[in-house]
Ligand binder design. Structure first.
Ligand code: UTP
Length: 306
């Protein structure tokens, strides 16, 4: 069985929920405190052992390329000031992974973005990490998903439980119990098998409260399926539609499993979840957390009136 070595990070969306910030800046570059979201995502891939990364980019995505490249002038200036700590941080983002880029052209949907990675993937299984959310490093999800691929082959989809009234915002999985086997070696994960998927169903039509989040480990067979998948909801080529085909035809690309995740996950694709992410991570930061927590407690106690 070929090991998962490659990660694909689709980052070509228009980010309309974050306008006007995303008019000239990709939403994946919005900072969570002092690091762009995309760096958390690449770190997540690297921590799971995936050091070869393809970013699918689009219009306005130059800053992404610059962020993972050397910044010679900046490095010289920091070195001249003797600011070793910041120099180290600036170098870290250009050394952490082997990052490649492909342009999506028209953003015709997540499935279309993943299909742009076909020649990079070259017949190997691969992970997909959406560029606008990330998993807390203390609660690893991707290693659990890679372990499932190792055991059963096929594809693996990250899932979370959501309240019934939120399921219409997500892809939704119909599931059955997974084959008997040892529990996954991570506390906050459990395994199920996916029998079908529906993109953004109304609550009454949803087959479960299990929502697809932006983490996948995919069998390369998904590429041939995507090439044949017509535009679906919103006129976009939906990755969910291709996974649905795979789930219904296990002889094509193996089974489709789901890993239900109960750990910490941060969404940065819309303003309210972005704000929550910044606050949650700020209170945990060793260098800022104490002062920020004290200020936040006072602010709340005083009825938001400091
Ligand atoms: P979203 O639907 O959240 O991204 O796609 P969006 O379209 O940029 O956001 P809004 O809805 O307009 O605010 C999830 C991920 O898939 C990527 C996005 O960059 C994001 O990381 N994506 C989406 C692509 O790469 N290409 C696409 O055609 C669509």
């Amino acid at each position: 069985m070929v090991e998962v070595r490659k990660a694909v990070i689709p980052s070509a969306g228009l980010g309309t929920r974050f306008l006007p910030a995303t008019k000239a800046t990709p939403k994946e570059m919005l900072p969570v405190i002092d690091k762009p979201t995309i760096q958390y995502v690449v770190e997540e891939a690297v921590t799971a052992g995936l050091t070869d990364v393809l970013m699918v980019t689009g219009r306005n995505k130059r800053p992404l390329e610059d962020h993972f490249d050397r910044a010679a002038e900046l490095e010289e200036a920091l070195a001249a000031k003797g600011d070793e700590a910041r120099l180290e941080q600036v170098r870290a983002s250009s050394n952490m992974a082997n990052v490649h880029y492909v342009r999506q052209g028209d953003p015709k949907g997540l499935g279309h973005a993943v299909l742009k990675a076909a020649s990079y993937v070259n017949g190997e299984p691969f992970a997909v990490l959406l560029g606008d959310d990330f998993i807390d490093e203390r609660d690893p999800l991707l290693p659990a998903m890679i372990e499932v691929r190792r055991r059963y082959g096929g594809s693996v989809v990250g899932l979370i439980e959501v309240p019934e009234e939120h399921i219409h915002m997500y892809g939704c999985a119909a599931v059955k119990p997974a084959p008997d086997g040892p529990a996954l070696p991570f506390d906050h994960t459990s395994l199920i098998q996916i029998t079908d998927l529906v993109e953004k169903p109304a609550a009454a039509q949803a087959p479960s409260n299990l929502a697809v989040i932006g983490r996948y480990v995919l069998d390369p067979a998904v590429m041939d399926v995507l090439a044949e998948t017509p535009p679906g909801r919103g006129g976009e080529i939906q990755l969910t539609d291709a996974l649905r085909t795979l789930a219904g035809n296990p002889d094509v690309g193996g089974p489709v499993h789901g890993v239900v995740f109960t750990g910490r996950r941060y969404d940065t694709g819309n303003p309210i979840d972005y704000l929550k992410t910044v606050v949650q991570l700020a209170v945990d930061r060793p260098d800022l957390g104490k002062e920020f927590r004290e200020w936040l407690s006072d602010y709340v106690r005083e009825g938001f009136q400091i």
